[in-house]
Design a binder for this molecule. Structure first.
Ligand code: CTP
Length: 499
């Protein structure tokens, strides 16, 4: 056995072995080991072929050892079982690319978490990644030696970058370093990781991790924009303290469990026979989104405002752009950076917001998440109000235009789907249902904005979707989660699929 190398097998046998190994999610060497373990003893000694090479050649030409079309993680089972019909043909093959960065240590936990959930995990490590974690520890946790070289003539794991790129259901890059993202955005293929990423037609999920200044650098943001436009998905990076002492900001890799959740979400419904493609369900659609509060001036230094942070609207803009939509985000004053891949128009007042929405039409979908001030000060405001003997000023208010109702009632240029939000502090569903009728929108996303709900300004939201068909209460989740769920519902509605 010690003298056996896969390369010594006849070409035809090698080809079948490669297919069989790929179908079972194993390396060729591992496949051979299992075959030998299983077959030794199943034929009388006199009848056995003499050398491991001829034994394998003989077994590989038997029909029951043909590769199975669909596969699950059965690497612990004897190889013979893989010829039986697979029990559950869900897509569960992950190719994990680890690039260089301090967060690479978290990838070990990610591999463990994925394998616990019965994913097969093949790993590619860049040279820089190997400076942070050893291929030995990665191999021990993955159950298979990681792939590191683009041209590895001596390796028995000779599957080649094209097979690595294709024999997977999803490619996860964690951590995705700035340098790797730059190479991906510009189509470089000068090492195994970038060659695989360029050769794949599978979905790619990036978990970026880098120093906050590298993340916010316009070069990285430009590259991110390109990658998002190419249909690459991202999870994180998160804000917080970095591994480097004293560094705080956005750039921490998403936690392994968050990455697992993003994997499960992307692979939901995909099967081994119908693996996911890089779907962009809103490609070709234009979506207008309003977000944030409006500021209505009282005088040149004072204004009427509310506590809206804009986070939910911005999250929807990001999710819609990720799904391939052309997005125009019209935002009131908020302290949030421009989301990448989105056209942003920043305004101050309700009237300016309406003008910007009208200018952005036509659109396929309008999502009105802004907390527009209902009233503004009547008349022209020129000078700062002064205290005088007459006591506090009497402010005369006039009603602002209702942007949602205006767009809902357009005769021409009405988007096919108009979605409003209802910010309520009591009787959430009852008030939201009334708003659906009053405003003429197709859907209302109702959220509890009472202080206890914590939605205003917070990162989480609990919403109910109100449509003509009824009320759906969604689980409490992050605003990003609400955004993704809403975008998926929109995509289904526009594509005429059941939601
Ligand atoms: N909206 C709008 N223009 C306005 C007021 C509200 O486009 N002038 C939109 C919001 O963006 C949201 C929906 O209408 O999609 C409901 O907003 P909300 O503040 O909950 O309702 P109001 O109409 O202001 O009613 P109320 O304040 O009485 O609850």
């Amino acid at each position: 056995m010690g003298s056996l190398t896969v390369r010594n097998l006849p070409e035809a046998v090698k080809k079948r072995l490669r297919l069989r190994a790929a179908a079972n999610g194993r390396s060729m060497e591992e496949e051979v080991r299992l075959l030998l373990a299983e077959k030794s003893g199943d034929a009388p000694a006199a009848a056995r072929p003499e050398s491991p090479v001829s034994m394998i050649s003989a077994w590989m030409s038997r029909p029951e050892d043909a590769p199975v079309a669909a596969r699950t993680d059965n690497r612990a089972k004897p190889a013979r079982q893989s010829a039986e019909p697979p029990p559950a043909a869900t897509a569960r093959r992950i190719l994990l690319i680890i690039s260089g960065g301090i967060a690479a240590y978290k990838s070990l936990d990610l591999i463990r978490r994925l394998r616990e959930r019965a994913y097969t995990v093949r790993v590619v490590m860049t040279r820089a990644a190997q400076e942070f974690v050893t291929s030995l520890s990665v191999g021990a946790i993955a159950g298979e030696k990681p792939f590191t070289e683009l041209f590895d003539q001596a390796s028995e794991f000779d599957v080649g970058h094209i097979r690595l790129a294709r024999d997977t259901d999803l490619i996860v890059v964690a951590p995705a370093a700035a340098d790797l993202m730059a190479k991906m955005a510009h189509g470089h293929a000068n090492d195994l990781a970038t060659a695989v990423l360029l050769a794949t037609d599978r979905p790619i999920l990036l978990a970026p991790a880098m120093n906050p200044r590298m993340w916010s650098n316009s070069a990285t943001q430009r590259n991110l924009k390109i990658l998002l436009a190419d249909g690459v998905l991202t999870v994180g990076p998160n804000a917080g303290e970095m591994a480097e002492s004293g560094e705080v900001g956005t750039g921490r890799m998403a936690e392994p469990l968050d990455i697992v959740a993003a994997v499960e979400k992307r692979l939901a419904g995909a099967t081994a026979d119908a693996p996911p493609s890089r779907a962009r369900p809103l490609a070709g659609k234009h979506i207008i989104i309003t977000a944030g509060p409006t500021h209505e001036p009282i005088d040149p230094v004072r204004y009427i405002a509310n506590r809206s942070s804009g986070k939910q609207g911005f999250a929807i803009a990001r999710a819609a752009a990720d799904a391939g939509a052309k997005v125009t985000l019209i935002s009131g004053p908020v302290a949030l950076p421009d989301p990448s891949g989105v056209k942003i128009v920043r305004v101050q007042t309700a009237q300016a917001m309406l003008v910007a929405v009208q200018a952005a039409l036509p659109a396929d979908v309008g999502i009105f998440a802004a907390a527009v001030a209902d009233w503004r000060i009547a008349g022209d405001i020129v000078q700062k109000l002064k205290k005088d003997a007459g006591g506090p000023p009497k402010l005369e208010l006039v009603e602002n235009p209702d942007i949602l109702a205006t767009v809902s009632r357009l005769k021409t240029k009405r988007p096919a789907l108009v979605i409003g939000f209802a910010a309520e502090t009591e009787k959430v569903i009852e008030h939201a249902k009334a708003k659906l009728k009053r405003k003429g929108s197709d859907w209302i996303v109702a959220n509890d904005v009472s202080a206890e709900g914590g939605a205003m300004g917070g990162d989480d939201n609990t919403v109910h979707l109100i449509t003509a068909a009824g009320v759906e209460s969604w689980p409490a989740q992050s605003k990003d989660g609400v955004a993704r769920q809403l975008v998926a519902r929109i995509a289904n509605a526009l594509n005429g699929e059941p939601s």
